[in-house]
Design a protein around this ligand. Sequence first.
Ligand SMILES: [Zn+2]
Length: 413
Amino acid sequence: MTTKPRTANHVGKNQTSVKVENTSSILRAIYETSDISRADLVRLTGLTAPTVSRIVFFLVEHGVITESPGKRNGVGRKPVVLHFNGRSRYIVAIDFSWAHVRVAIMDLGGGILDRSEHAIDPRGQAKAEFEIAISAIQESLNRHPGIKIIGIGFAAPGLINSESGTIISIPNFPSIRNLQVRQLLEERFGYPTFVVNDANAEAIAEKFFGQGRDASDFVLVHLGYGIGAGLIVGGRLYTGNFGVSGEIGHTSVDRRHGKWCDCGNRGCLELYAGLRAVLEDVSVRLGRQVQFIELQQLASEGDGKVLEVLKDKGELIGYALVNIVNIVAPQRIILTGQVAALGSPIFEPMKHVISERCFYRVADQISITLSSLAENSTLLGAMTIVLDDFLEDPYSFLNVHAEHHPKKVSRPA
Ligand SMILES: [Zn+2]
């Protein structure tokens, strides 16, 4: 399984070389099975025993995999079993959003070594707000000297050009325009940097660690302040032609009279069913300011007025999901984000709309579930974007980057 796209072009290696492909298929097999013998690798990959041995030797030498004695199968020697060593390298993951930037150092198995969260102001200046992320990364790295970092994964909402590593814009974060994230982070830290849309990151996280592991076609829908979707089609992330896809939050639910959106469209779903709109409408309905924690409480207690507002929001989201089902026909829809976390008051009206409005029988065959990855799913996705590239072409990381010290910082912090 691979969830390309290749989101960075910094390595410039020959991707199609047989050596890279063979190494990648062996490394992925070891990663996915977690323990496997050389003989099973030969069977699984179709490569010759000497090729498998040579590649395994290289990966053991670099600490990416380890060996241990396996269970004896009948008589004879115990086979040696190979394991993926998740803690041989680390990845810096960043979840940059309207209210916060979260920074984590994660191992290759998704374990968190270090995590911090800092407030962001979407009305602030892009440079100053981005500097908060840079300082947080530096502080995290300072806390763990000597670990081997293979790259940085940066996830943000809005329009992202992953090819150039740029945030083109984030709706309702007006100062961010064409922010050259990859260039800035690579200049500063010297690690290969990947920039990805947050919903796309979450989709990849589901493919590797969550409820998309056994599905080839699924849609991850993020229902938070923003609403967006990440599409996995044929086992791969589908990012569209401009690196932009799945922007269901910017499909119009009121084309004539709707509010104007930052994206250029009118009456966008996000303006009506995003967390901000949900909180505003509940506050108006109750005649006082309501924050998310209280909303969650009121929803779980079954407050009548709150349930009415949430029913309307759930239905709006349901219509958007009907559109997705009609276009993509996924096996599964996985929901994440704070609005999804409100549970059945959103889910039930949403599912009702889907069963009513989708093609006959299609609705019954699509499973709709809540993500199990919780609030770290964006961080996990940012990490996985780098991990996936590492599994695809380990040489470019092991030979070029990981064994070298990061570039010297050439400009003041
Ligand atoms: Zn919009």
